[in-house]
Write a protein that binds this ligand. Structure first.
Ligand code: HDE
Length: 737
């Protein structure tokens, strides 16, 4: 079973009664309420069992102890040799075994997603803190403690399926809730705003950012002419550009990103009353990012960096967790804002509408099969359930069409909802029939409604069915935009002004790098003229980095916009969410060589593992090294196969012969220097100080709390300080000067 395979007794089920929310009552059972015996579930949900497991289990294939067969179940005796007319004779057309095998192989690939092709996913559950029936009748929020199974896929946007994980890009954050009222997909990003206001522009945006069509370059990168040509002509994209050029564009981990539904949605309660709502996921692990040099290097050494991180965390039982918060607001409030809530290039500052925490999501199980689950999962913004409605955001409108449409090509027909990962836990009953790859075997002769021959079944659900909120809005048909959509800069400025000095410097670096890759000077200049409208400081610094003069500001679409409500918002800085997980899952490199002092490494190892960090011994090669005590320490990675920038922190060991051997190894200095350059914590023990000195790194605890020195004898005492320093993620004071 999956349990045994992963070695975790609790890998399948949500941990009963565990909650990060103080004062939150213990949950005693899944409250998923499917009907007994539905085709999909085969029975009622069991206590503590993620209700999406049993249905998927029906389709799992386990070859252990089984003989090889063709797809028709015919046993295959020889899987090595083609059928031939004589040993040296021609192969025979008759060989149906060869032909079936090759034919299947020839068709193994399906089209990749036109955007968000590169991604990784996991199973888990959502648990409601409280009943939210005041605002919505949506199933996941119907009872305190209710759990709803989820499948979540994270992705980059621009790169192709095999592209690197650490590209500068927005990240997809798509959540499929398998609720007892049908599937609800919250298809969000790690950035709360978008590049464009209207779906009409989406194909243009994507064509501009994807590899240029004549030569197919660059891969998974926005740093090229067509992207900047387009966005510099679309000032509405400026706010989103600020986010993507910031550290949000290079997350440390999928587990350390926020998620946002982006659009304004509607919640509707049982009385038919509605409020507006924005969805926010906040990671318990904190929001953390890479630095650009690190991201570039990682993309070479480990293009699967984020995929591996998510997989390993879940395999090791470190289940990533997010809190769902809602910004709930009325139409009157919406009307009073200086921006339009139907404009997806704008966010609602949390100072205006604070978040209401409504539940938590835990990812506790890796997929069994990447293709069957992660590749074939089909998210769709049209997948809503009673209690969740759309707003009139014109970007959302296009999405409601696009997602199910794109699956018809990608998944080969209109029956993709029957693929196990997409099938709802709630029973499906309707008169839709046939089509490519139909799995269901519908009984009877009735596939129409009204009917008398089947007793009128399936019957309309009436008031229990999905009701679209009767948004009264009778106006003339028009192609155009509401007035406030014409204001393009206030929130870009708000974002810039809300960042720390280091974050601002990274935004400058992001723009400078990307624009330096733009070959046409007029595009660089046009973009700079747009940045002048965001911040004079930003424009000057980017211009200086490009060796250009700051041009005249780009004329604005709106001369006298309503003044913004606030000029700074703390929540927009990554530092606002430092996380609650300390060093859990942080990757620590400990350099080893023949003769390292064993005792200090052993005590640090035990303190770090106890705190939840993942410790790797790294040598010039993998394998065993004898320590001073005669005990062996095994290097599980080498400096060649796992360069320094893949780790969160570094320990330099004590022991003269070991340090001398490390000095003599040509890769050591780069390993140490990258940790320093990327503002990571380094602890040097005893003789290991020499390695720091050789790398030109000065230890000054006042100036840089990320460089620690200790003698071997003090390893125990230094451990808590080291752990605190690693938990700080990065020591940016080093970068500042
Ligand atoms: Fe998507 N988007 N999108 N998008 N999007 C797709 O659907 C689209 C937008 C997002 O892990 C596609 O199944 C249009 C905003 C995610 O499988 C496609 C518009 C946001 C994923 C599509 C947008 C997103 C997609 C490609 C503007 C954040 C990956 C393959 C009108 C709120 C889901 C697919 C997964 C995927 C269309 C804009 C998020 C083509 C037309 C805004 C996370 O249907």
């Amino acid at each position: 079973t999956k349990n045994l395979e992963h070695g975790h007794d609790n890998a399948l089920a949500p941990p009963i009664g565990e909650s990060s929310k103080p004062g939150f009552d213990k949950v005693t059972a899944s409250t998923i309420t499917e009907q007994p015996g539905t085709a999909k579930t085969g029975g009622p949900a069991q206590i503590g069992i993620n209700a999406n497991i049993a249905p998927l289990d029906q389709f799992k294939v386990d070859p252990s102890g089984q003989r090889l067969t063709t797809n028709q179940g015919v046993p295959v005796g020889d899987n090595q040799n083609t059928l031939k007319a004589g040993l040296r004779g021609p192969s025979l057309l008759e060989d149906f075994i060869l032909r079936e095998k090759i034919t299947h192989f020839d068709h193994e690939r399906i089209p990749e997603r036109v955007v968000h092709a590169r991604g990784s996913a996991a199973h888990g559950y959502f648990e409601a803190y409280d009943a939210l029936d005041k605002y919505t009748c949506a199933a996941p929020f119907s009872e305190k403690g209710k759990t709803t199974p989820v499948f979540v896929r994270f992705s980059t946007v621009a790169g192709e399926r095999g592209s690197k994980d650490t590209a500068r890009d927005a990240r997809g954050f798509a959540v499929k809730f398998y609720t007892d009222e049908g599937n609800w997909d919250l298809v969000g990003n790690n950035i709360p705003v978008f590049f464009i206001q209207d779906a009409m522009k989406f194909p243009d945006l994507v064509h501009a950012v994807k590899p240029e069509p004549h030569h197919g370059m660059p891969q998974a990168a926005s740093a090229h002419d067509t992207f900047w040509d387009f966005v510099s002509l679309m000032p509405e994209s400026t706010h989103m550009l600020m986010w993507v050029m910031s550290d949000r564009g290079i997350p440390r981990s999928y587990r350390m990103m926020q998620g946002f539904g982006v659009h304004t949605f509607r919640l509707v309660n049982n009385l038919g009353q509605s409020v507006f709502c924005k969805f926010h996921w906040k990671p318990l692990q904190g929001t953390h990012s890479l630095v650009w040099d690190e991201a570039v290097k990682i993309s070479g050494a480990d293009p699967d960096y984020h995929r591996r991180d998510l997989w390993e965390a879940i395999e090791s039982g470190e289940f990533p967790e997010w809190e769902l918060g809602l910004q709930i607001f009325t139409e009157d409030q919406a009307d009073s804002f200086s921006f339009d809530v139907l404009d997806s290039t704008k966010l609602i500052p949390e100072e205006l509408i604070p978040l209401t925490p409504v539940g938590r999501m835990v990812l506790n199980r890796n997929p069994d099969n990447f293709f069957a689950e992660t590749e074939q999962v089909a998210f769709c913004t049209a997948h809503v359930i009673p209690g969740i409605n759309f707003s009139n955001d014109p970007l959302l409108a296009g999405r409601i069409h696009s997602y199910s449409d794109t699956q018809i090509t990608r998944l080969g027909g209109p029956n993709f909802h029957e693929i196990p990962i997409n099938a709802p836990v709630a029973a499906v009953q309707n008169n839709q029939r046939d089509g490519l790859h139909r799995q269901a075997v519908h009984r009877g002769r009735v596939a129409y409604e009204p009917n008398s021959l089947a007793g009128g079944c399936p019957f309309q659900a009436g008031t229990e069915g999905f009701v679209s909120f009767p948004d009264s809005n009778a106006q003339d048909k028009v192609r155009g935009k509401p007035e406030k959509f014409a204001e393009h800069y206030a929130q870009a400025t708000l974002f810039y002004n809300s960042q720390t000095a280091v974050e601002q410097a990274h935004i400058v670096d992001g723009f400078r790098f990307e624009l330096s890759k733009v070959a046409v000077p007029a595009i660089r200049e046009r973009m700079l003229s747009s940045l002048v409208n965001v911040s004079g400081d930003l424009a000057e610094r980017v211009a200086a980095g490009l060796g250009m003069q700051v041009p005249e500001a780009m004329p604005k679409a709106m001369d006298n916009p309503q003044a913004p409500e606030i000029t700074e918002s703390r929540a927009l800085s990554l530092t606002a969410l430092p996380g609650l997980c300390g060093v859990r899952t942080r990757q620590i490199a400990v350099l080893v060589e023949e003769g390292v002092i064993h005792a200090s490494l052993a005590s640090l190892h035990s303190a770090l593992v106890h705190a939840g960090a993942v410790v790797h011994f790294i040598g010039p090669r993998v394998g065993n090294f004898a320590t001073d005590s005669g005990a062996m320490v095994e290097a599980d990675k080498s400096m060649e196969n796992a360069p320094g920038f893949l780790f969160d922190a570094l320990i330099l060991p004590d022991g003269n012969p070991a340090v001398q051997a490390l000095v003599d190894n040509p890769e050591t200095m780069e390993f140490v220097k990258d940790h320093f350059l990327h503002c990571k914590t380094i602890l040097a023990l005893g003789d290991g100080h020499r390695l720091l000195e050789m790398a030109g790194i000065e230890a000054d605890a006042e100036k840089d709390p990320g460089i620690l020195l200790a003698q071997s004898a003090d390893a125990n005492a230094i451990a808590p300080r080291f752990i605190d320093a690693v938990a700080a993620h990065r020591h940016s004071s080093r970068e500042a000067g």
